[in-house]
Design a protein around this ligand. Structure first.
Ligand code: FE2
Ligand code: FE2
Length: 373
C-alpha cells in the first residue's frame, strides 16, 4: 500500500471515511482499567515576561474570576430524576436522535417497547459518560497548557480553566452517580483522541485538539441537549457548564489566531490534518458501538444502518456548528488549497462556516445572559 502525505490512510489509518470494519476495529481492550497513563512529551515553560501583552486574554481571565460557581450548592441536586420517564418521553417526541421506524427491517426490528426503552436509557447514560470522560480530558489538557504555553496571560487563564474543568468533572460525575446509576467506560475513539491531544509535544496542538475541537463539539452538543431536554436538573447543569465552555473555546480561538496567522503553509498543514483527525474520531465515537454490544447486537450488523439514519445525520451535523466557524476564524479552512474545507465538505458540515465564531459570542452564553429553565 502506498501511503501519501495527508491521505486518509496516513491520518486515520483507513482509506475510506465510512470504512465500518476499520471503525469498529478500534475497541476498548481494557475496559476494567482504573488508571490510564499517557506520555506528555513536552517541556514545562517558565516565562519571566510578566507584562500583560494580550488584552483579549486578560479580559477573559477577569471574566472567568467573576463567573465561578459552586457545583455543590448552585445546582438543585434534590431534583428527582426519573430516567425511564425521561427516555420514554424523548422516544415519543423523536428527541433521542434515532428514528425507531428506520430500524424495522434490521436485527433490532423485533425489539419491543421495553427493550427500546432500556436501550435508550443506556444510550443516554453512555453519552453523558463520554461527556464526563471528555471533561477529565479537558482538566488534564489545561493543566498541561498551563505548563507549556509560553505566554504569561495564557498561563493565568489556563489555570482558571483547570478549576472550571474540575467543577465539570465533579458535576457530571455526581449527576451520573446519583441520577443515572453510574457511568459507562470511555469510548475507544474518544480515548485515542484524548491520548493524542495530551501526548502532542507542540503546545498549540493541545490547544487546537482540546479548546477548538473537543470543547467546540461539547459546546454544540450541550447546547443541543439543553434545548431538547425536559429534565430540569440537567438543563440547569448544562446552562452553568456551557457558560464556562464558551469562555474555554474563546480562549482557544483568541490564542491560536495569533499563532496560526504567523505559521508557514507546511506547519499549518499539520494543524489542518490534526483538526480533521479529531473531527473524524469524534464522529466515530458517536456511533456508540459499546451500547449496541451491551444489548446483544453485533455493531457490524447495525452501524451501517445507523450511518444511513436521516435523524441521526441531523444530530451528527449539529455537533459541528461551533467547530467549523472557529476553524474558519483561525484560517484553517482555506490555507493549502482549502484542504480542510474539502474534508469538511466530505463530512457534510461545511454549511456552518459562516455562523458566529465563539471568540465573538462567548458573552452571550454567560450565566447572566442565559435564561434559567
Ligand atoms: Fe468542561
Ligand atoms: Fe472546557
Amino acid at each position: 500500500m502506498t501511503i501519501t502525505h495527508g491521505s486518509n490512510q496516513e491520518i486515520l489509518g483507513r482509506d475510506e471515511l465510512d470504512d465500518i470494519e476499520a471503525i469498529l476495529a478500534v475497541t476498548n481492550t481494557d475496559a476494567d482499567e482504573i488508571e490510564h497513563a499517557v506520555k506528555d512529551n513536552a517541556d514545562a515553560l517558565f516565562t519571566w515576561d510578566y507584562t500583560l501583552a494580550r488584552p483579549a486574554l486578560r479580559k477573559l481571565y477577569e471574566k472567568s474570576k467573576n463567573s465561578q460557581w459552586n457545583g455543590s450548592t448552585d445546582l438543585a441536586w434534590d431534583t428527582p430524576v426519573d430516567i425511564e420517564k425521561i427516555i420514554a418521553y424523548d422516544m415519543e417526541n423523536s428527541l433521542t436522535g434515532f428514528d425507531r421506524e428506520f430500524y424495522g427491517d434490521t436485527v433490532v426490528g423485533k425489539w419491543d417497547d421495553a427493550k427500546w426503552l432500556q436501550f435508550g436509557v443506556d444510550q443516554r447514560r453512555w453519552m453523558l459518560s463520554q461527556f464526563l470522560h471528555g471533561e477529565q480530558g479537558a482538566l488534564l489538557c489545561t493543566a498541561k497548557i498551563t505548563e507549556t504555553v509560553p505566554w504569561y496571560d495564557a498561563k493565568l487563564y489556563a489555570a482558571q480553566q483547570v478549576v472550571d474543568e474540575a467543577r465539570h468533572v465533579e458535576v457530571f460525575g455526581r449527576y451520573l452517580e446519583e441520577k443515572w446509576e453510574g457511568n459507562f467506560v470511555v469510548n475507544a475513539h474518544l480515548r485515542m483522541l484524548l491520548d493524542d491531544i495530551i501526548g502532542d509535544s507542540e503546545w498549540d496542538m493541545t490547544y487546537l485538539g482540546m479548546q477548538i475541537m473537543v470543547e467546540g463539539l461539547a459546546l454544540a452538543a450541550f447546547g443541543f441537549m439543553r434545548q431538547l431536554t425536559t429534565e430540569p436538573l440537567l438543563n440547569q447543569l448544562l446552562r452553568y457548564v456551557m457558560a464556562d465552555e464558551a469562555r474555554h473555546v474563546a480562549f482557544g480561538v483568541l490564542s491560536l489566531k495569533e499563532v496560526y496567522d504567523g505559521m508557514s503553509d507546511a506547519e499549518l498543514r499539520t494543524r489542518q490534518e490534526f483538526a480533521y483527525e479529531a473531527a473524524v474520531r469524534m464522529r466515530d465515537r458517536f456511533l456508540s458501538q459499546e451500547v449496541w454490544e451491551l444489548h446483544g447486537v453485533n455493531p457490524r450488523d447495525i452501524v451501517p444502518v445507523v450511518l444511513q439514519d436521516p435523524t441521526r445525520a441531523v444530530f451528527q451535523q449539529m455537533l459541528f456548528t461551533k467547530i467549523v466557524p472557529n476553524c474558519k476564524k483561525l484560517g484553517l479552512l482555506d490555507r493549502n488549497e482549502s484542504w480542510l474545507r474539502r474534508r469538511f465538505e466530505e463530512m457534510g458540515v461545511i454549511q456552518f462556516e459562516d455562523l458566529e465564531d465563539t471568540g465573538e459570542e462567548y458573552d452571550k452564553l454567560s450565566i447572566e445572559a442565559t435564561a434559567p429553565a
